[in-house]
Write a protein that binds this ligand. Structure first.
Ligand code: GLU
Ligand code: ZN
Length: 485
């Protein structure tokens, strides 16, 4: 029987997680859930100059917010911890020493200046640049000499002649000629481990079975496999690799801030639902089949397989993400929609969170649920219901102060005052029969003035429902005030 699947998401939090990272996390998570396996979360923070505690915490929070819960990792623990690489330095040091003892690795005393000079020469001679093996077989004398000069030594892995071939679960057989994989550094001069050492040691010790990650890491695979060999791992115990296709921006260039690769924190502030982000990112390189674009998290877990991941690059499309977000917002129950909305309204200062305010928001939400694509639109849409000193938006005043608009508002006021029932049907009936049928106005002209007068702007939820929610007294007072402008 196949062994139980264990996948890992192993970011280096040198900034906020972005679209590419999260797509990787999502695929790992979905594959673990699909197979009933384990999803492990590991923080690769050995580069202490770039990783900060804030970014680590942000990465943890982001995964939680997206609902990508992990079975082993920070906060939840597990049998293979610690899960922060900064807490595992002694483990990497022990393995590096073992590799030195086995002569798989050696000390290299070359200085950065020397290395650069040789690389320059390689370029000039048109040979592949990379470490030339100068320190592979140093004599005791040479070593003593270098030490006497006070040089720092890095630990380098010896790459044997030949090639590394493995079957990538997405792109098939991949082969790397070692001519292009020079001896590589495992440990820096200051004793800190490099990514290749730490990642490979951890994937083995943490018993990872599948490594699903971005294609940008494909070329580091032969080096990781070399570390497995040096660790004495049997071929059948190597993790399987699956490199996910690149995500391109809309303009077919690599994803960047300009075309969408912004941090997930930004999407959160803009009012994208985690479910929408996951649904959209799931489509970047994978598809549930039958041209479907809408998948729930549950369906994703049921349907996700590595075989269905494409090897060609995926393209990020903000419009599609927006459309999916709109769909997910419309699918929310009123209670859930309310819960998502309140923080946006509070943050914008539209409400303070009292019960009467919450009740009013609850009655207003159904009329905007069909119209928004981001939760951040809600404050602008609903603020007319809550402002204490109502004023028409400055750029809209001139649209209702001409004679024609005044005539419309005057007539509307008269009709609305006479209403004994105040609901959207009665309001619509009164305004239609007077303004459209009797005065023969176009709806846009007639209702536009009333909209500005009562909601303060040209952008609002449906007019008659808005006026119903606002109430008769406030609606009439606002139209009266508008007439005095
Ligand atoms: N820590 C690496 C990174 O964020 C990824 C590790 C891996 O998936 O192999 O780039
Ligand atoms: Zn050297």
């Amino acid at each position: 029987m196949d062994k139980k699947v264990k996948v890992r998401f192993a970011p280096s939090p040198t900034g906020d997680l972005h679209v590419g990272n999260i797509r990787t996390a999502l695929f790992d998570w979905a594959y673990a859930r699909h197979t009933g396996g384990t999803f492990l979360f590991r923080i690769e923070d050995t580069d202490t100059t770039r990783v900060t505690d804030e970014y680590i915490q942000a990465a943890i929070d982001t995964l939680k917010w997206l609902g990508l819960t992990w079975d082993e990792g920070p906060e939840v623990g597990g049998d293979n911890g610690p899960y922060l690489q900064s807490q595992r330095l002694d483990i990497y040091a022990t393995w590096a020493q073992k590799f030195l003892d086995q002569k798989d690795a050696y000390y290299c005393y070359c200085t950065p200046v020397e290395l650069e000079a040789r690389r320059e020469a390689q370029r000039a001679a048109n040979v592949a640049p990379g470490y030339d093996g100068a320190c592979r077989d140093l004599t005791q004398e040479q070593i003593s000499d270098y030490k006497a000069q006070g040089r720092d030594a890095v630990v380098r892995m010896r790459m044997p002649d030949g090639s590394t071939t493995f079957v990538d679960q997405i792109r098939g057989e991949v082969s790397f000629d070692h001519k292009f994989v020079p001896d590589f550094v495992l440990v820096r001069g200051d004793g800190s481990p490099l990514y290749t050492l730490a990642v490979a040691v951890d994937d083995i010790l943490m018993k990872v079975t599948h490594i699903l990650r971005g294609e940008d890491l494909l070329s580091s695979t032969p080096r990781q496999i070399r570390v497995y060999q040096a660790m004495g791992i049997k071929l059948e115990d190597y993790p399987l690799f699956a490199h996910l296709p690149f995500v391109m921006g809309q303009d077919n260039t690599k994803l960047s801030k300009r075309n969408g690769e912004v941090s997930i924190a930004w999407y959160r502030e803009q009012g994208y639902l985690p479910e929408a982000i996951c649904n959209y990112l799931a489509l970047l390189g994978w598809s549930p089949g039958e041209d479907r674009e809408n998948v729930t998290m549950k369906e994703l877990c049921e349907l996700f397989t590595v075989e269905k991941v494409h090897s060609s690059p995926a393209r990020f499309d903000m419009k599609k993400l927006e459309a999916i977000n709109g769909d997910k917002i419309r699918a929310l129950t009123l209670d859930d929609f309310l819960a998502w909305s309140l923080p946006f309204l509070e943050k914008a200062g539209v409400i303070t969170g009292t019960q009467p305010e919450i009740d009013l928001v609850r009655s207003a939400l159904p009329i905007i649920q069909e119209r928004i694509v981001r939760l951040s639109e809600i404050p602008q849409m609903l603020k007319f219901l809550f402002v204490e000193n109502f004023e028409v938006d400055a750029d809209c005043i001139s649209k209702i102060t001409d004679d024609a608009s005044k005539a419309v508002l005057k007539r509307a006021l008269k009709e609305l005052e006479a209403l004994s029932q105040w609901n959207h049907d009665s309001i619509e009936g009164a305004l239609r029969s007077s303004l459209i049928e009797e005065l023969g106005l176009k709806p846009r002209v007639a209702f536009g003035s009333v909209r500005i007068a009562t909601t303060g702007s040209t952008i609002s939820p449906p007019l008659f429902e808005s006026m119903e929610l606002l109430g008769k007294e406030a609606s009439l007072a606002r139209i009266t005030a508008a007439l005095a402008l």
